[in-house]
Design a protein around this ligand. Structure first.
Ligand code: PLP
Length: 571
């Protein structure tokens, strides 16, 4: 126990030292006065974050033995409690078909050869049974690829068969070609809101959105597009681990906070957005729809962002759209600013595939990063020429996204880079479940209805207004606990509660007394007094129950408040 604490102290100390060094470029930014200094906030933030993880782990322990003896309700996690079955059945079925294809080449004991392209389309048709649901889906998926996407049937099936078997290194390492076409069609259908960008977008599948972010920051920094002391703007509140990439990961960058608030319906106000016009802000990093607030940027904000980029044309925008499909008619920043934006998407949440580690990076062929590379000072160009010369004869022509791929394996192991090919096939299968019914995808509709029902149950039970605005993804919600207390017992009680219990006390009591685990809002740089409730991992009636237990705890507090007030009144 003591040892653990020491370790934690050391981690905190080391992290704070890091931050102090990293933020030494802050003074200049402050002098300019155009951006908000975040140094102290970042330090406090870091303490809060270390705290947030510790608190949640602690609460899970407390909840197990809660005083009321209730079953534990843990709405802390974003991991969904649903999965997609269609893509999984299709993947297994296609894998089976492909193994048999290999046996046609050569078969002895458990040893087989490689799949052959010649005639594979005909053999596929013969093997699939249209009466079988999974086979029928595979037939329509292949039809879609051939008739709508214009792919050659035999080439497609050979690529998918090799990939699902996994008997070759990924080649090209960035993305297999037919799979790239499919992924582009998926992104266009789900995220671009009518903009036709599939044909001009390059995709790099990665081990989830997390790896995508790490790879991008690594490559931006290595290629000197982001340099120590550069300012990068972060849309807050934001997914906690992401706060740590630019600062703690040693890139020596200075953060600028571009915040949204409940008053703005979690959209970014014009004044906040204006911070991005400053050319010393090199990059803007956002999660859209956001986590924890779970709201998408409005159309108006996207238009304003376009104008901001006209004033700061070198701005690199990095957007994480993992929750995009939870907003109807969602429109990604990439579709509004394809030149400036690097898009990250992950299949993790919608399809219940967090353990698969599947996400991607998408970038336009015509993009700001490649232009900035061409405009680097000669000495930087010479450095990079040297760096990439071990993997290409023309390093100066190597695209930024291909550098991201190379850097993901420290350049030297570029020839074995790229996402595992079976994972690429699985991504294609998920995409195709959507594409074959793109107009009205029943699975996406169901996922949206599922979180909406939970969100509505929670808000109704908490006696809070339901926010049904188009931008609300309803995957998480931030609840202002003091606001709930004030609604129920008045402002005086809420004031007393604020003085007599910290947020951590409240969360600990909720876990230890009532068996409910929620997350600490300020850990995401959300306002004080808020908790994040995930709508992804429990059933609708559980959210009603959570509200009931939260009220029970408030009732306990209220009894305490009244008995504390009593003697004073009597005297
Ligand atoms: C859950 C989540 C992801 C998914 O990350 P993976 O590494 O793909 O599992 C990405 N971004 C945000 C903001 C998330 O909350």
């Amino acid at each position: 126990m003591k040892k653990r604490k020491m370790k934690r102290c050391f981690a905190l100390w080391a992290a704070l030292c890091c931050i102090t060094v990293l933020f030494s470029g802050q003074a200049a930014a402050e002098e300019e006065g155009k951006v908000i200094s975040l140094q102290q906030e970042a330090e406090a933030q870091l303490q809060k974050e270390l705290g947030a993880f510790e608190i949640t782990a602690n609460q899970r322990e407390l909840a197990k033995n809660n005083e009321a003896g209730y079953s534990v309700l843990d709405a802390g996690r974003g991991n969904p409690n649903w999965i997609n079955t269609q893509a999984r059945y299709a993947y297994t079925r296609f894998s089976d078909f492909s193994t048999r294809e290999c046996e046609l080449d050569m078969s002895e004991g458990s040893m087989a050869g490689h799949a052959r392209q010649e005639g594979i389309g005909k053999r596929f048709d013969a093997a699939m049974d249209p009466e079988n649901e999974t086979d029928a889906f595979l037939i329509s998926a292949v039809d879609y690829c051939v008739n709508t996407l214009g792919l050659d049937k035999d080439a497609l099936l050979k690529e998918l068969a090799d990939a699902v078997i996994g008997d070759y290194y990924p080649s090209p390492s960035r993305c297999l070609p037919c799979i790239e076409t499919i992924l582009n069609a998926y992104l266009q259908s789900t995220l671009y809101h009518g903009a036709d960008l599939a044909g001009e977008t390059m995709v790099f599948p990665t081990e989830g959105g997390s790896a995508a972010m790490v790879y991008i920051f690594e490559a931006l920094s290595h290629n000197r597009l982001l340099n120590p002391g550069d300012q990068i703007a972060i849309a807050t509140p934001i997914f906690t681990p992401y706060m740590q990439i630019p600062s703690v990961k040693n890139y020596g960058l200075v953060s600028v906070d571009v915040s949204s608030s409940e008053e703005e319906n979690w959209d970014i106000a014009e004044t906040e957005l204006a911070k991005l016009e400053d050319p010393s802000v090199k990059a803007f990093f956002l999660v859209n729809p956001s986590n924890p607030a779970s709201h998408a940027l409005s159309e108006k904000t996207l238009e304003r962002l376009q104008r901001v980029a006209e004033k700061n044309p070198d701005l690199i925008i990095l957007t994480d759209d993992v929750y995009g499909t939870f907003v109807e008619d969602f429109r990604t920043v990439y579709s509004a600013l394809p030149y400036n934006t690097i898009l990250v998407y992950s299949f993790s949440k919608l399809y219940g595939v967090t353990g698969w580690r599947v996400g991607l990076i998408a970038m336009n062929r015509n993009n700001v990063c490649d232009r900035l590379l061409s405009e680097l000072p000669e000495e930087d160009k010479a450095f990079l020429q040297d760096e990439y010369s071990i993997v290409t004869a023309e390093p100066e022509n190597m695209l930024f996204l291909d550098r991201v791929v190379a850097d993901s394996r420290s350049i030297g192991l570029y020839h074995t880079s790229g996402l595992s090919t079976p994972s690429q096939v699985f991504m294609a299968m998920m995409s195709l479940t959507h594409l074959v019914s793109a107009e009205d995808d029943p699975y996406i509709r169901l996922a949206n209805e599922t979180v909406r029902a939970r969100y509505t149950a929670l808000m109704n039970a908490l006696e809070l207004p339901v926010d049904d605005s188009a931008e609300n993804a309803q995957y998480y919600t931030l609840v202002d606990v003091l606001g709930v207390a004030a609604n129920r017992y008045g402002a005086d009680f809420a004031g007393w509660l604020k003085e007599s219990r910290t947020e951590i006390d409240f969360l600990n009591d909720l876990a230890g007394k009532k068996g409910v685990v929620l997350m600490y809002g300020p850990g995401f740089s959300a306002p004080d007094g808020t908790v994040r409730i995930s709508l992804a991992n429990l059933n609708a009636e559980d959210y009603t129950e959570i509200a009931g237990r939260l009220f029970e705890l408030l009732d306990d507090y209220y009894a305490e408040y009244e008995s504390a007030a009593m003697p004073a009144e009597a005297a």
